[in-house]
Design a protein around this ligand. Structure first.
Ligand code: MV4
Length: 506
């Protein structure tokens, strides 16, 4: 065991401390490698898919997560009773709890994730900033740790407005407050402290200059226990609502080879600064001038990992299992080649026509899309009961194509095939997005869904037709639609492109 809380050793049985589609994803990777699997489940999950697919399954408590999937003691007890040599935490629940990672290691059980210390450092957003900055990673201009209110207010004048008050213990958008002018600052700091104390039991806050109109781009990393770290390109994650991502893609429309290399090398440096091992992700903000800034590191497998898998051909979960067993990465940076384009739509049980209100009930019928370039990662089936206990994501629809246009057109086709009856889903949201001129031409940032996209307004049919035609034409040429429909050109050239498409089709 390393003194930073990492244990790697061979294991033949893995306990999956999670549920839903990600539990299924991890089970499948284990089974492909001939590794035994142990599921844990709550009352609400007695009939869940992961319980049926695992070699063994143990009940760990009632439906509320704090009584089951968050119970470290019960999960470690099942690991010991079942003889599991490792625990995979998936995402959410215990995935980013340094104390859980350490407790596994202390019990002689491999935690399939980073060393406990890397989780701890990256979980403290100020310590993360100072640690990666020392390794040469660009961070957003902001305050140093350890400042009192008077010092924060003095520092704000240097940083300038607008700025953000962020909770040190926050992350993922939790505990963040925008401030547009000096007169609001003291009140915002006080409010942010109260909120942070209530949410995290820690009222430490810091200030950062607000980067406006940025894209959210993240770099996927893989690292082994010998200190080898590689990047698997970027993901475009700007399409989100209230810090919940809805659509992700790999690669990003705005990242060229040079920018990818620079962001990748910086991300590798950030991981090395905390002796990172296993799969991880560095989140960046990319501004309009293509400056990029470190935001935070996600020290876990992410929901959107499949888009990277399809474009790089690397099975990230298999690789997590291998490096947790102490094996070296099977790839060097030079081996990583990106080919084609992948788009993921998160299918949530929620009503996009009613403020995305979560929807519960029994799935009476479901028909899952399939065919060329279509992958569906799901934990649900006909007869499954969607309960209010866990998050509303029930499936991920991932489409792959040679170009972005082909992936988007496949997504339109697959969404049309998809049927989920009995609960409301956000499939209409995704269909509407696949009809959006701005989506098809790659012109969006993190504010797009909340500020410029509405389920109620229909795009002018000719504008839409132009965008779809441009997407198709671009695909024929191996180009991006934006190279054909320039920003602002919206509906001037539709007939021109239509006739071009007609010619190409013949
Ligand atoms: C920011 C920012 C602008 N400027 N920091 C939100 C999630 C958390 N990881 C950090 N977040 C942001 N930090 C500075 N200095 C804007 C966001 C942000 C955001 C970031 C990524 C994806 C979506 C977002 C939506 C709103 C705000």
């Amino acid at each position: 065991m390393r003194n930073d809380g990492l244990l790697t050793q061979r294991f033949d049985k893995v306990l999956i401390a999670n549920r839903g589609e990600i539990a299924m994803r991890i089970l499948r990777a284990c089974h492909e490698l001939g590794i035994g699997t142990v599921a844990v489940y709550s009352d609400a999950d007695r009939n869940a898919l992961h319980v049926r697919y695992a070699h063994e399954a143990y009940h760990i408590g009632s439906s509320a997560a704090r009584d089951s999937y968050l119970r470290m003691d019960k999960i470690l007890d099942v690991a010991k009773r079942s003889g599991a040599g490792a625990v995979h935490p998936g995402y959410g629940f215990l995935a980013e709890r340094a104390t859980f990672a350490q407790a596994c290691v202390d019990a002689g059980i491999v935690f399939i994730g980073p060393p406990a210390n890397a989780i701890r450092v990256m979980g403290d957003k100020q310590e993360a900033r100072t640690t990666v900055r020392a390794a040469g990673v660009p961070v957003v201009p902001g305050t140093e740790p350890g400042l009192n209110d008077t010092e924060l207010i003095a520092a704000a004048a240097e940083i300038g407005y607008p700025l953000l008050v962020k909770a040190t213990a926050g992350g993922g958008g939790k505990g963040m407050r925008p401030v547009s002018e000096a007169s609001q600052l003291a009140g915002a700091i006080a409010a942010a402290r109260r909120e942070a104390m209530a949410a995290f039991g820690d009222d430490t806050v810091y200030l950062e200059k607000m980067i406006i109109g940025a894209r959210h781009i993240e770099i996927q990393l893989l690292a082994d226990a010998d200190g080898n770290v590689i990047y698997l390109g970027e993901r475009e994650c700007s399409l989100q609502r209230r810090h919940q991502k809805l659509i992700e893609e790999c690669p990003s429309f705005v990242v060229d080879e040079d920018l990818r290399r620079r962001m990748g090398q910086v991300a590798v440096a950030a991981a090395k600064a905390v002796n990172y091992v296993n799969a991880g992700t560095i989140e960046f903000l990319l501004d309009k001038e293509k400056n990029f800034y470190f935001l935070e590191m996600n020290t876990r497998l992410q929901v959107e990992h499949p888009v990277t898998e399809l474009v790089t051909g690397i099975d990230i979960v298999q690789e997590q299992l291998r490096v947790a067993r102490g094996r070296k990465l099977r790839w060097t940076q030079a081996d990583v080649q990106m080919k084609g384009w992948a788009i993921e739509c998160r299918i949530n049980a929620e009503d996009p026509y009613n403020n995305y209100l979560p929807s519960t009930g029994k799935i009476t019928t479901t028909r899952t899309p399939a065919g060329p370039g279509v992958r569906v990662d799901t934990g649900v089936f006909q007869g499954y009961e969607v309960t209010p206990y866990y998050d509303s994501m029930i499936s991920k629809l991932i489409c792959y194509g040679e170009t972005r246009g082909e992936a988007a057109l496949r997504m339109r086709r697959a969404l049309e095939e998809y049927r989920i009856m009995g609960v409301k889903t956000n499939i209409p949201f995704h269909q509407h997005m696949m009809d959006s001129h701005r989506f098809l031409t790659g012109q969006f940032d993190t504010t797009f869904v909340e500020e410029r996209f509405s389920m109620n307004d229909r795009e002018a049919p000719d504008g839409l037709e132009a965008a779809i035609m441009a997407t198709l034409v671009a695909h024929q040429h191996g180009q991006q639609a934006s190279q054909i429909v320039a920003p602002g050109e919206r509906d001037t050239s539709n007939w021109k492109w239509y006739s071009r498409w007609e010619r190409l089709r013949r």
